[in-house]
Design a binder for this molecule. Structure first.
Ligand code: ZN
Length: 513
């Protein structure tokens, strides 16, 4: 079956051409369920005893990928419309989703709904692409339920109120992420759910929460249009924020537009930016450069002694005013420009290793505790998380991901991802070092191993005899080629010599053993 889409397009030369795209629809795309009586089950990826198959929408993937990566979540159908939308919106999450779909230990199945004759939907007049995609997801969910019959429950997971309502009207079972996870009966899993940012909370709700505490702590981020205009006019400067490893209250932005580094002193001027974020900054008036430095030092001292974080309300306390008379280096003339962050162009948020700030167990069993996470990386601010398993986490190294940071909160909000192990345990701390340095220590996948020559394998006698080759198997040699390269042949080694010097070797490899 053939669907064609045509539209008119103007070329660079100004000609108007009609473009026709052909979209082939097939009837031989399988559902991936081993219990299916109709499809070829050889390629089935879903569980044979699954009582529920879940279908997730794009926003669930984009925001709850840590939850999806947890082994408790399985028998997931990933629709091609979702995969495509995720790819366009966030490549990092897309890669994580692809890894889940190709992981043989997990039961994630990609269904090409966009190419199946019964699940492809054409955009209707007046329908936005988003609404069309939501409809495509509902049509596919309904197809699955009809296709598999009553033996399996097909459940659509969406946090979109409208989409969920329409699904239920169409007779599709639908749950929000939170209501679905509650059904699983593992309260600790609820820790992994990303809470919607407080911007979504109406002012009334926010006031209901803690009327006296919801004070604005950080200046507003300027809208993107204003940032772009300001960059264009030269009143703002763009660059990557790098936080000082030894003093997290000081950061630098290398700015091409002013040909110098702009220093940002203090959390308030950093205005919720993280190390590695691409930010827009505004220079402060020159007469304030020195004053800002003193302020930052004062803030630094204050936060170091700050241990008021036992309850969520105190974690949100506004910075106190500190006496500045002692702080600062009065003799130094400020030579470097100082600025403040007015907007964040691209976030560099990822997950961080660390532990929870010690705190007493809240009264009552099984309740939700608000805790502060302290990253091993000093450049990262403390992160507020909610947990239902505080007793399990207090003496552990854990991984936490950041979700949001609103103007009313002193610290960003995040969620628990997983536990590495007990604090001080050698294996745990080694893994922390690997994770912190972004070294992937997971076992190689079967696809990677398939690239190797079959065993038994040995270096050929010819290579050993070759005078221009050297056998370096007694040395620890590291490949240094970048990800994605075709020839892995550049390598280094470094050996401590008896004299205390280091021997460094730069190698071109013919075989990597
Ligand atoms: Zn089937």
């Amino acid at each position: 079956m053939l669907q064609s889409k045509s539209f008119v397009k103007k070329t660079k030369q100004g000609k108007v051409v009609k473009v026709v795209r052909e979209h082939y629809l097939r009837d031989d795309i399988y559902c991936g369920a081993p219990i299916c009586k109709v499809c070829d089950v050889a390629a089935a990826r879903l569980g044979s005893s699954a009582s529920t198959i879940i279908i997730v929408d794009t926003n669930v993937v984009l925001h709850q990928i840590d939850l999806l990566e947890n082994p408790a979540i399985d028998d997931v159908v990933v629709l091609s419309v979702v995969l495509e939308e995720v790819k366009n919106k966030n490549l990092a999450v897309y890669n994580r989703l692809r890894a889940l779909c190709s992981n043989s230990q997990r039961r994630f199945f990609v269904f090409s709904n966009e190419y199946h004759k019964d699940t492809y939907v054409k955009i209707e007049s007046g329908e936005t692409p988003n609404d069309r995609n939501d409809r495509a997801i509902r049509v596919a969910a309904q197809w699955y339920q009809n296709h598999l019959g009553s033996a399996v429950k097909v459940l659509l997971i969406t946090n979109d109120r409208e989409n969920k309502k329409k699904a239920i009207q169409d007779g599709i079972s639908a749950e929000t992420v939170e209501s679905y996870v509650k059904l699983l009966g593992q309260p600790a899993l609820l820790d992994l759910i990303v809470q919607p940012p407080s911007e979504d909370v109406t002012m009334e709700d926010a006031e209901d929460l803690r009327p006296s505490k919801r004070k604005t702590i950080y200046p507003e981020h300027k809208p993107m249009s204003e940032i772009t205009a300001g960059l264009h006019r030269g009143i703002y400067h763009q660059g990557k924020l790098r936080v000082n490893r030894y003093n997290p209250f000081e950061a630098y932005i290398g700015s091409e537009s002013i040909g110098d580094e702009i220093i940002v002193y203090g959390r308030s001027n950093m205005n919720r930016a993280f190390d590695g974020d691409i930010v827009a900054v505004e220079l402060l008036p020159q007469d304030r450069w020195q004053e800002e430095k003193s302020l930052a030092i004062a803030n630094d001292e204050e936060e170091e002694e700050d241990d008021v974080h036992l309850a969520p309300s105190s974690a949100d306390d506004a910075p106190r005013v500190t006496n500045l008379s002692q702080a600062g280096d009065k003799d130094a003339t400020p030579t470097r420009p100082s600025g403040r962050v007015i907007g964040i162009i691209k976030r560099n948020w990822h997950s961080y290793c660390g532990s929870l700030d010690p705190m007493p167990m809240p009264a009552g069993e099984g309740g939700i505790a608000h805790a502060l996470f302290v990253s091993k990386d000093r450049r990262i601010p403390k992160i507020r998380i909610q947990t239902r398993q505080l007793g399990n986490l207090l003496d552990k190294r854990i991984i936490v991901a950041v979700d949001s940071w609103d103007r009313l909160s002193r610290y960003p909000s995040g969620h628990y991802v997983r536990t590495i192990g007990e604090i001080g345990d050698r294996d745990t701390e080694s893994e922390v070092v690997l994770i912190e340095n972004d070294i992937d220590a997971r076992p190689f996948s079967s696809q990677v191993l398939a690239c190797l020559p079959p065993l038994p394998w040995s270096v050929s006698a010819e290579d050993i005899a070759n005078p221009i080759r050297q056998d370096l198997r007694h040395l620890r040699v590291f490949s240094v080629d970048p990800p994605g390269c075709k020839d892995i042949d550049d390598a280094l080694h470094c050996t401590l010599l008896p004299s205390g010097n280091f021997e460094v070797g730069v190698r071109i490899l013919c075989h990597l053993v």
